[in-house]
Design a protein around this ligand. Sequence first.
Ligand code: PRP
Length: 180
Amino acid sequence: MYESFLERVLFSEEQLNERITQIAKQIESDYKGKKPLVVAILKGSVLFFSDLIRKINGDLEIDFMSISSYGSGSKSSGEVKMIKDLDKKIEGKDVIIVEDIIDSGYTMKYLKNLLQARNPSSIKICTLLDKPSRREADVTSDYVGFEVENEFVIGYGLDYDGLYRNLPFIGILKRSVYEK
Ligand code: PRP
């Protein structure tokens, strides 16, 4: 069923579940006595975000932001624009930004600078996947699920041309799909 587009599974449902549970426990202990505001960056992070927050035992709030890069060509130029901002003020709050992947890092750099200027009490970054080999902007994540090589990853929120976000695992897309 998957063989028309899937090269191989990189992280299975079980592996994701296990790692996300570990991250949730770490966040739980780091934020003991606090009520962090956990921010999902649409759309890629929604599966990770919803699994992560339900594993965190303790009070927290959630909010959503949507960001877009200006086309594929300009992605590396670091130009990003806001599609949807947070609903509420974050001044004095402990913010955790949740992403599916940090690639060049431009999106996260933009987000962190933007939110930092609003005087939160703290900001931390939580990403399921990190591709350090592709980094252009100077940004590091506080919580990382897995480091990945420079491969085309899909599934569990990550898309190719709008598809495959609903796969319950992370896989590598066949070259023949994006090189045709
Ligand atoms: C992806 C991902 C990050 C960004 C990472 O989003 O969710 O937001 O790219 O890339 P960068 O580190 O090179 O900036 P995308 O723009 O594909 O939107 P989506 O989440 O809606 O798929």
